[in-house]
Design a binder for this molecule. Structure first.
Ligand SMILES: Cc1ncc(COP(=O)(O)O)c(C=O)c1O
Length: 392
């Protein structure tokens, strides 16, 4: 198998860089994106061939950056179920609703996909240790892959991060740094301390490969729908790798000519009312988001006051006819319970926000009665013990 990764591209300037060494942001201070020789991929492999391979995200190997011949370190990430939820669809008033259940990933969230790719790639390129700022789930995922690789990991979390997220880091033998501040404060400290720790910084979108792991959700989604896209994709948005990754996947499948029909989905970014910088920028028409002051929400994955991928996200929302919406904590908690009780899925608060967003967008007329909607249960609700009901 040859390698189809051709280069890295600055998401702001379009400048190209070789993918032959450890890289962080581009010289313009923006995320670097992986670009592939898709014409060569289309000549080499078919969707059917990929479908027949053993389960897991590594079956998309031609569309992933790990050099050919390298055996990946894996915990079995990828290939999560896409549940059809007809009862919930009719309760919300939409034509179809599917939920991709990322609670079933190693360490119980979609973060496993990204950290699997980031750790595998960085080790190939010479990293000896890792550091990450985390709202919770990413830290646990990094700790698990670092444990698998036998290398040190430093996880910097806000001190009020859910207790299970903190303890799983310790369980995997990583070093937990509790910070009196928010995730962007953790990110700043990682930047200041990474040299002293001899650790590679795997912050969201500050290296190019986490996104490549996340995009496999989009590949699987299209395959599970029979190589087509839904009308609308609703994603709980913090740092934005999930939303940007799914969009990148669908763009690559479109370029490969592997999708039926010309339809492209509209993308909806869902945030919490207490921390909604992308929603605010979407409605003011700004190109970049400003830092959310006093960010607070129980949906810890959405507590990201400033995202380095803000410009990319806003462009996706605007160019696809998408939208952005902020949900109050009491509403997202109520819909977390609705999602779990109506489907048996271990719903997280971030997914609860998406269910509430669908309800609201149907009421506002943005969603039509026959729209086909896909959303994600991005993590296992059972990790948020503080938020689980104690009585009926
Ligand atoms: C469960 C969950 N959902 C959604 C998100 C937001 O994901 P992203 O930062 O890729 O936008 C996170 C991030 O921590 C998360 O843990």
């Amino acid at each position: 198998m040859t390698n189809y990764l051709s280069h890295l591209e600055c998401s702001a300037t379009g400048d190209r860089f070789a993918a032959d060494c450890l890289r962080g942001l581009s010289p313009a201070g923006r995320p670097l994106l992986c670009r592939y020789d898709l014409a060569a991929v289309a000549k080499t492999v078919t969707p059917d061939a990929i479908h027949m391979r053993p389960r897991g995200l590594w079956r998309w190997r031609e569309l992933l950056p790990l050099p050919a011949g390298v055996v990946p370190l894996t915990l079995g990430e990828g290939d999560t179920p896409l549940h059809d939820a007809p009862g919930l669809a009719s309760a919300l008033g939409v034509g179809r609703l599917w939920i991709k259940d990322e609670a079933l990933e190693p360490t119980g969230s979609f973060k496993a996909r990204g950290l699997s790719l980031a750790v595998n790639m960085a080790l190939q390129l010479g990293a000896r240790a890792f550091a990450i700022p985390s709202a919770g789930n990413a830290g646990g995922a990094l700790a698990a892959y670092a444990a698998l690789a036998g290398v040190p990991a430093h996880v910097f979390v806000p001190a009020d991060t859910p207790v299970v997220n903190q303890r799983e880091v310790l369980l995997f033998g990583a070093t937990l740094h509790r910070v009196d501040g928010l995730i962007h404060d953790c990110g700043r400290i990682v930047g200041e301390r990474k040299a002293e720790l001899d650790a590679f910084d795997v912050s969201t979108l500050k290296e190019p490969y986490r996104l490549e792991g996340k995009k496999t959700m989009g590949f699987e989604l299209c395959e599970q729908l029979g190589w087509r896209v839904p009308d609308v994709i609703v994603y709980p948005t913090g740092g934005g790798t999930g939303l940007i990754g799914v969009h990148k996947a669908i763009a690559e499948l479109t370029a490969l000519g592997w999708l039926r029909g010309a339809k492209q989905p509209r993308y909806v970014a869902v945030q919490a009312r207490g921390c909604a910088p992308i929603v605010d920028a979407f409605y003011t028409g700004a190109k970049d988001a400003t830092t959310a002051e006093g960010a607070h929400t129980v949906a810890s994955g959405l507590r990201v006051p400033k995202a380095i991928g803000d410009r990319i996200m806003l462009e996706i929302l605007r160019t696809t006819g998408g939208t952005a919406i902020a949900i109050d904590d009491d509403e997202l908690l109520a819909d977390m319970r609705v999602l779990a009780a109506k489907t048996g899925i271990a719903a997280c608060p971030e997914a609860g926000a998406c269910i509430c967003a669908i309800r609201r967008l149907r009421a506002s007329g943005y969603l039509a009665a026959d729209d086909e909607v896909v959303t994600f249960n991005t993590g296992a609700g059972t990790k948020y013990v503080e938020l689980l009901p104690t009585e009926l």
